[in-house]
Design a protein around this ligand. Sequence first.
Ligand SMILES: [Zn+2]
Length: 422
Amino acid sequence: MQASLFLFTAIFAAGLQAADNISVLGNKPRWDVLEHYQQTITHDEFAHLINDVYGTHGFAPDLIEIKDDTARILMNRDAQKFFTLRFTSGTEKLKPVSRLWRPARSLPPMERNKPLLGLKIALDPGHLGGKWAKMEERWFQVGDSRSVQEGDLTLRVARLLATRLRDLGANVSFVRNDDEPTTAKRPDDFRELARKVLIRNGVPQPRADVLDSTDPEKEKTIRWQSEILFYRYSEIRRRAALVNFNLHPDFVLCLHFNAEGWGDPNSPLLTDTNHFHLLVNGSYLAEELQFDDQRFEMIRRLLSRAYEEELPLADTIAAAMARETGLPPYAYPTTDSTTKVGTSGYVYARNLLATRLYRCPVVYCEPYVMNSKDVFARIQAGDYEGTRNINGVERKSVFREYVDSVADGLIEYYSKARGRGD
Ligand SMILES: [Zn+2]
């Protein structure tokens, strides 16, 4: 389940610093890094990626200006500083692209029935779970049944999936492998920042505390803002540092379960609706591109060609998931923050922290509505071998179905896409 981004984009859109326009807890962009990508992309490919993938909601004209031979990218509006990216004409041999991950085509051919041999995969089980699940608002409980905590479900999937992928030859690492945060910060570390964020966004005298989990004004409290700064912004940025500086995977799988609005977590709504979708990075909002760090991270990601790898990977996993689960694609209620991409009908581009910050292809999985009647019953049934009758249908455990469909997608993609090792 993702954040209801709704207030966040609005809340953080104003930014906290005037000179460098950096998003909350963001890093100062290192524009000089983009020098490595000079003459590695043609005008047409750059324009296609901006128009059809990354900048689909439009943006202020001075942010990125595409000319015949160059693109002019705003570095800092106050200082009127720009980065000039030079295109290649496409007639000479392309210079290699600077990146630490390896596309499938650069891997040696498949050996010994191990389609994932040598591949470095990082698994990122979404959220924290455990004692943090209520704070994360990734917790609900029906009567006295077992509580449903997304962060615990995703970790269970990750552990089962790791075993499968290792059997297929992959070198698997975990971005999180317990129910403790990777960040050393805690909510109290962000109280002052939370207060500033609220004041800056039109709440001059923010309340300290939330009344209860159904408090309609909770997002305007210092408690709620400091908690989300901890469990989302600080936590995901710390995970990004792990991925980018320690793990160096060839791609990351972000594992989530989706949900429909459940209302009161102690008396949640159960629904007949069930669906899935996958996300890759893209579809930046005009106001997100105003931030110097987000604009820089988008351009670096575009130039690394992560999209060339993550889109067909996501489409192949989606097709396997559709076969295995029989679920329809999720339809976002509006196209305000997402853009449908690829051919499967299940993949969207969206600018989430993890999909933007992890410097490698990222496929972000959102299968299953946890508070649908079927998935809820399957979660209550837990993990088991074989099949069981759930609401009148013989079903695998929801965890194994998730794992099998992702593994099948990876087998299919890498069996076809591996290269000759050059
Ligand atoms: Zn989630």
